[in-house]
Design a protein around this ligand. Structure first.
Ligand code: CP3
Length: 344
């Protein structure tokens, strides 16, 4: 039985319908900005134990809906569960970030990785968290599922963590292009199976995070990133899908050609620039500077309304990247309330 949604603004915009006001949610809304998240998180020895507990993940997913009244929930998980499912284990180091004890260096490393449905099967805890959340939400708002884009996952698997330059991952594209493609294809196959499971278990919309898209040249993006994104978009016709490729202003025309209904934008991209390249049909998502949320209530209101005017309709309000963990909750609240008071 499919449940009727009480608030389906997000899905209406994603599907091209007209709405009375823009929907609003925040990337990384399920997390440390909320005191109730920090309290829940304290019950677990580490981040991974938390992520693997469907009841806790479901609770963290719904917290921002209760506390901030956002127009969508995003499942509490991480993009790094995919490399783990493929056989490359990671640690989440407190206050530092992810670290992979072993990394991918050569063709034989890629050959050893699991992929596709076989790898995705070990992510059933995320599917369970989605099913539980879908039920617990009782149709209040849509539930967003997500995964990392192949290039961003590749970057973590080769670098072994975050990086200032991503020079190891980028170097591999030049030195071992065939091995790079083999790894990107294995990530893609796993991601497709994983996202198909997410849709089956209740995700109403899927978002792909290509956080390190802006590290590539436009030519490299066209060769090593865009084709895999196209495969993913085409493999998931059941629900609307969002591509968020940070720093990839040069790829907007490529996204226009793919079956993405929503294109996410970072704060470096002017709305008119994006609209001219993406075309009239797709919805645009973004792109408030997360740092503006540290400003005064008056500044937040002014900037938020200015952004809504600049985008016009077919717009899903969000930040240009994830909300920073130390953002004042009052700033976030002002932002959400300002958007929800808009009438087109
Ligand atoms: O958006 C949400 O609210 C849902 C949950 C979510 C998390 N990570 C939870 C998380 C989502 C969508 C992500 C995506 C993610 N994870 C991305 C893509 C988005 C982006 O910001 O570019 C990336 C690159 C990661 C990888 C990752 N996970 C890093 C680099 C870190 C460490 C840095 C940090 O923010 O602490 C994480 C950890 C992480 N993922 C936390 C949360 C709430 C914090 C860890 C904790 O609470 O202990």
């Amino acid at each position: 039985m499919t449940m009727q949604l009480e608030n389906d603004l997000l899905l209406r915009v994603a599907n091209g319908a007209s709405v009375e006001r823009p929907p609003v949610w925040l990337m990384r809304q399920a997390g440390r900005i909320l005191p109730q998240y920090r309290a829940l998180r304290a019950n677990f020895p580490d981040f991974k134990a938390f992520v693997k507990n469907p009841a806790a993940a479901s609770e963290a997913t719904i917290q921002p809906v209760d506390e901030l009244g956002v127009d969508a929930a995003i499942i509490f998980s991480d993009i790094l569960v995919v490399p783990e499912a493929m056989g490359l284990d990671y640690e989440m180091i407190e206050a530092k970030g992810p670290k992979f004890p072993t990394t991918i260096e050569q063709a034989s490393d890629v050959e050893q990785l699991r992929s596709g449905a076989e790898a995705a099967a070990s992510l059933s805890y995320v599917w369970e968290a989605l099913a539980l959340t879908k039920s617990n939400l009782q149709g209040r708002v849509p539930l967003i599922g997500f995964a990392g884009a192949p290039w961003t996952i590749f970057a973590y698997m080769v670098e072994g963590g975050g990086s200032k330059t991503f020079s190891k991952a980028r170097r591999m594209l030049y030195q071992q292009p065939e091995t790079s493609h083999a790894l990107l294809q294995k990530i893609t196959d796993t991601t497709i199976a994983y996202l198909q499971g997410q849709i089956k278990h209740g995700a109403d919309l899927i978002q792909l995070f290509d956080s390190w898209a802006g590290e590539l040249t436009p030519e490299q993006y066209r060769e090593f990133a865009a084709p895999y994104l196209a495969q993913i978009a085409k493999a998931l016709p059941e629900v609307p899908k969002t591509v968020f490729a940070k720093g990839a202003w040069f790829a907007l025309e490529d996204f226009a050609e793919m079956p993405w209904q929503v294109v996410g934008l970072d704060w470096n991209i002017p709305p008119a620039f994006a609209r001219a390249r993406v075309g009239a049909d797709k919805a645009l998502q973004g792109n408030f500077d997360p740092c503006a949320l540290y400003g005064s209530a008056e500044t937040i209101r002014e900037r938020a309304l200015e952004m809504v005017r600049a985008f016009g309709p077919k717009h899903i309000v969000n930040l240009g990247h994830g909300v920073y963990p130390d953002t004042p909750l009052e700033g976030v609240r002002t932002f959400v309330q300002t958007i929800q008071s808009v009438r087109y």
